[in-house]
Design a binder for this molecule. Structure first.
Ligand SMILES: [Zn+2]
Length: 365
């Protein structure tokens, strides 16, 4: 396998998926490729999204194929997945299992259809099952979690900003009108082996991006399927939402440290391209969040007792705040995750408002 000595954009990592990287830079779809250990990588397109594709992995065993992250549920996505299976000399009849690293639609979207066509089981971590959209909707109504508008209001957004971001549809969403996604048949806890003959594929629980995110280790070929936990260039969104598990950023940082120990494994991410250098990449991501924490502390100190919305507005983003649009949801959640982490470290403190007024945050020093 040829590897660029270094990726000029990312210090400390070497590119293994050179065709994938070339396609990434050319804005085209990379080829289906056979990988070490006999795995296959199949890029499945994501409609209208700058990520462009999900790298679905086919993992052959003695009794059939396990498909990891089949991709976004569109007709084109389905056809691409079938073509990928054909290139690997297989059909849906050979698929015995499906593993979702997490339940975001660009990973888990096609799991239901693939299960229907193949009779395969679907597997995920139990904490991820609990975040399936149909389960979140039920849990949210039971625990009377705030709606999107209520959440923005508590974060300190003005009414006109809330109206701009939230459509009446979001507010009336119930368990019935949210798209249900495939429930798992098999639950994988940390350290569990994926049920398949002739190959070891081990679940490594890496909460952070989502509460039940899984990486998968193939120890014999020294591969780590990293899902969205570690990508070569992009930083995954780590957000604090009303239904978040405890301390998403703290968990993510711990999960990064864990995965950094697989430095002698090839990293097979769900987007962009394959690479080597998990120790360097995870160190860089940890440093990025530490820098972001320093910026949040400085912004809070400068503003006195701001709302989360005010902190988010004053942070630097890849685009000016005015042009972020609906991505403000993610930006706000990410700001909340950093504040939550700093509160747990004792550097900031929450001040809960009275009578539904916004939550504020202050320095403790
Ligand atoms: Zn993804």
């Amino acid at each position: 396998m040829t590897a660029d000595p270094t990726d000029p954009g990312v210090p400390g990592i070497s590119v293994l998926g050179t065709a994938q990287r070339a396609a990434w830079l050319d804005r085209t779809l990379p080829p289906v490729e056979r990988l070490p250990g006999g795995l296959w990588s199949v890029p499945v397109p994501i409609p209208d999204n700058p990520l462009r594709y999900t790298l679905c992995y086919l993992v052959p065993g003695d009794d059939g194929i396990v498909v990891v992250d089949p991709g976004w549920n569109t007709r084109e996505g389905w056809d691409t997945l079938l073509a990928g299976l054909a290139e690997a000399g297989a059909t849906t009849a050979d698929v015995t299992g499906i593993v979702a690293t997490h339940v975001h639609p660009d990973h888990h979207g096609l799991s239901g259809r693939l299960r229907e066509e193949s009779g395969a089981w679907v597997a995920m971590h139990p904490a991820e099952r609990d975040t399936l959209p149909q389960r979140i909707a039920v849990a949210a109504s039971r625990n009377s979690l705030p709606t999107a508008g209520g959440w923005l209001r508590l974060s300190g957004a003005e009414e006109d900003e809330i109206a701009e971001l939230v459509s009446p549809l979001d507010e009336s969403a119930t368990a019935d009108d949210r798209a249900a996604m495939a429930e798992p048949d098999v639950l994988l806890e940390d350290g569990d082996l994926v049920p398949m003959a002739g190959r070891r594929l081990r679940a490594v629980w890496t909460p952070g991006h989502t509460p039940g995110h899984l990486c998968l280790q193939e120890p014999d070929a020294r591969l780590l399927l990293t899902g969205d936990h570690v990508l070569p260039r992009i930083t995954p969104n780590i957000g604090l939402y009303p239904n978040s598990a405890d301390s998403p950023l703290g968990r993510f940082l711990e999960s990064l440290e864990r995965v950094g120990e697989y430095d002698d494994h090839d990293a097979l991410p769900a987007h962009e391209y394959r690479f080597r250098g998990l120790a360097a990449r995870t160190r860089l991501l940890r440093e990025h969040h530490e820098e972001r924490c320093r910026e949040v502390v400085a912004v809070v100190a400068g503003l006195g007792e701001p709302t989360v919305w005010e902190v988010a507005r004053h942070l630097t983003w890849s685009r000016p705040w005015e042009r972020i649009g609906r991505m403000r949801f993610g930006a706000l959640a990410e700001t909340g995750a950093h504040i939550d982490h700093l509160v747990r470290r004792g550097e900031l403190a929450w001040r809960h408002g009275e009578n539904g007024s916004p939550i504020r945050v202050r320095s403790t020093t």
